[in-house]
Design a protein around this ligand. Sequence first.
Ligand code: NAG
Ligand code: NAG
Ligand code: NAG
Ligand code: NAG
Ligand code: NAG
Ligand code: NAG
Ligand code: NAG
Ligand code: NAG
Ligand code: NAG
Length: 779
Amino acid sequence: MAVFLLFLLSSVSCLATALAQQSHLNISLGSSLTPTGNSSSWSSHSGLFAFGFYQQGNGYAVGIYLAGIPGKTVIWTANRLSPVFPSNVSLVLSSDGRLILQHTQGQDIVIADPSESISSASMLDSGNFVLYNSDKKIVWQSFEDPTNTLLPGQQLATGHELYSSVSETDDSTGIFRIKMQDDGNLVQYPVRKPDTSEYAYYASNTFGNGVTLNLDGDGHLYLINSSLTILSNLTKGGYPQDGRVYMAKIDVDGIFRLYSYSSNHGNRSILWESVEDKCAPKGLCGPNGFCTMMDNVSECRCPPGFDFVNPGNWSSGCERNFTAESCKSNSITNVKYEIRSLENTVWEDNAFATMETSTQEDCEKQCLDDCNCEAAFYKDGECRKQKLPLTYGKRTSDSNVALVKVGTLASISEGVIPSSPPKSIKKEIRVDILVIGISLAVFGVMISVIAGVYVHRNQVRAYKKITQNGNVEYVEDAAPKAFTFDELEVATNDFREELGRGAFGAVYKGVFPNSGKVVAVKKLEKLLVEGEKEFQNEIRVIGRTHHRNLVQLLGYCLDGNKRLLVYEYMSNGSLGNILFKPENHPWWDERIRIASDVARGILYLHEECETQIIHCDIKPENILMDDSRCAKISDFGLAKPLDHDRTRTYTAVRGTRGYVAPEWHRNLPVTVKADVYSYGILLLEIICCRKNVDSRFPEEQSILEVWAYDCFVDGELHKLVGEEEAVDMTKLERMIRIALWCIQNEPTLRPSMKKVVLMLEGTVDVPVPPSPDSFFSAM
Ligand SMILES: *[C@@H]1O[C@H](CO)[C@@H](O)[C@H](O)[C@H]1NC(C)=O
Ligand SMILES: *[C@@H]1O[C@H](CO)[C@@H](O)[C@H](O)[C@H]1NC(C)=O
Ligand SMILES: *[C@@H]1O[C@H](CO)[C@@H](O)[C@H](O)[C@H]1NC(C)=O
Ligand SMILES: *[C@@H]1O[C@H](CO)[C@@H](O)[C@H](O)[C@H]1NC(C)=O
Ligand SMILES: *[C@@H]1O[C@H](CO)[C@@H](O)[C@H](O)[C@H]1NC(C)=O
Ligand SMILES: *[C@@H]1O[C@H](CO)[C@@H](O)[C@H](O)[C@H]1NC(C)=O
Ligand SMILES: *[C@@H]1O[C@H](CO)[C@@H](O)[C@H](O)[C@H]1NC(C)=O
Ligand SMILES: *[C@@H]1O[C@H](CO)[C@@H](O)[C@H](O)[C@H]1NC(C)=O
Ligand SMILES: *[C@@H]1O[C@H](CO)[C@@H](O)[C@H](O)[C@H]1NC(C)=O
């Protein structure tokens, strides 16, 4: 009996639910909502959707959102040109039949403007907010006026468009659109650009009359023509309908995606997206910027000589860091022009002149000599001169080299700190922070190295057990020597021969007239240490780090505002010079030795000090080779991890593609393990004598770290070293395993540098490494 009763009850409640779905809650004239009062929204019958106020920025917006699942995802926004209102407004279904927003003072804003007056409204369970006339006919519905989202049952009609939002926290109209064109093609464009194929970044390539984009309750997203023939299935549909909500949305990043939301916990997953390349949406990076992928996340950067107009806003683009008053080098403005190159980077080609040049150098020269040329693209012997702004830039595997004309103030080399061109207040603050940050960092390095020296003295014996051949020497009285600016000017012959350029300034070759000793003089440009005492302290600190695998600091100059460092001269240039030029390739045994040299140098920085020195920029260009091709690390002790909120801005300067550990780009602390990552990439490059990213190789080989893991899994490591004979296969496998451990995405999985040294020596075994990406999703 009880069972029967239960059955009856449940049937009755089923019936009631079915009925409720047919009917709906009616909102009658005179009803109103306020942002902060008891009634701020009208819910649908099921409670899944609500129409009303939701918080946005410092105020409130009016719209429809998913009230029934966590996250309150917004699917429609009213008054998108200016959607945010103060808390003292109210939304009224007025007695004269209009839906309006009333300011306590001032003009009413019409939220929906049907042609007839309204007699009631309803938030339907489909997510459609509808207004009825007195005959209960729908006179307006949100489904016919979509903003950025389509729900099941809703269609994007011919001629209609969806617009992305400005940002995740600002639902105003953003910079991308998707249009259901009259010709039947569904196409994505940037806003404010004509509907022409040159601006399109996605097209369904369908054609027909009266074509519409439709979404069904089972996640089926498709295009049909007016005779209801399916022209294209964007998704096949048939996804589970229980406990899921589907929606198609054009996201802030310009990509149109189909999402599936779980109605219990609000988790969402992507079922389909219009383009896979996150850099494809044109205009993501604004004028002069370019888009690059870092760990599956798109990121905008500025070319050399450019800075972000507004560092927090990529679409505002990049501007030159110098004022181009006259295009020729000019003694009045002191501007000197040079060309910086960016490989594998393309912008929209708007060449004003195209010419055949035999080499990239010729193309550079052509551009330098042409006043109208502000950048040039060089590819396959063709040089295409461009004017600014450069648009729609991105990194690709295309072999195009972008050559950007950069102005440097010649006065820098006269040692005068240039007066910077007018910049926004925001930027000045940023510079201040950087200076303070670097001063603190230098102070930190100073403390840590002093402490490190102390600790080191007590640990020398323990350390020597590992290094065996006693690389470490500590010279008590080898404090670097102070030079005057004049002395260095003479030694470098007025800074004539530039050896290279590091993160902190240019390096010049010098010879001391009396001793004949050859040195490298680095002029610090970016690192502005305040005050004489701090600079000298810093010098003492760096000067005391003596290790055969670190470039030695011999002296310094502190003259007015000039800061120079004098290093031992490294006659064989950088490791890059040796590794990447076929004629310089070192033999296998030498490569093993170089790998070990570099590891020992990093180990010294990491573990000989109580607080470690993190190099932050380990790459072939920062490893220098002396006469006997012994590898030495340079540019240490000058860098320190920056705070997270600044990493994004500065990775543009710091981030050498491929060497930068993933945590730099995620919200994770940067530790010594970031250097281990960079070392892992470097190790692969040393083993294989090629760059990590090299598009001259077939696609599956073009990224060395990926290819190396594939070869490792397939047991085909010999492919990595080609025909080379001297390679010891056991050692090769050991090296590859070590490298794969070093480049694990998850920092805690990477070994310490000490462990790396032990593994390189063969003192400890190297376990089978997991895929470097295996812990990616957990991060
Ligand atoms: C809402 O209005 C419709 C149409 O007049 C009516 O059928 C329905 O019963 C009303 N629902 C409620 C809950 O009042
Ligand atoms: C909100 O509702 C509570 C109880 O439901 C009531 O006591 C209170 O007065 C209401 N506040 C306003 C501003 O209407
Ligand atoms: C409503 O808020 C706005 C801005 O917050 C303010 O300027 C205005 O004076 C307020 N109106 C009333 C009547 O409080
Ligand atoms: C719709 O597409 C089908 C198949 O391509 C075609 O036969 C039909 O004529 C189309 N209808 C219209 C109205 O274009
Ligand atoms: C689209 O999918 C439906 C089933 O969901 C299928 O019947 C139809 O043939 C497909 N049409 C095209 C053009 O692929
Ligand atoms: C949804 O997210 C919660 C918490 O993040 C997690 O515990 C749960 O497993 C997720 N469910 C699905 C289906 O992904
Ligand atoms: C990168 O993103 C694509 C598409 O969003 C996804 O299919 C792929 O699994 C992602 N790769 C990684 C390593 O997360
Ligand atoms: C602009 O940036 C380039 C490198 O990005 C640098 O060499 C040059 O000195 C900078 N110029 C000014 C005026 O800051
Ligand atoms: C970014 O800048 C552009 C114009 O420079 C502006 O229209 C846009 O609103 C800004 N976006 C954000 C999120 O501030």
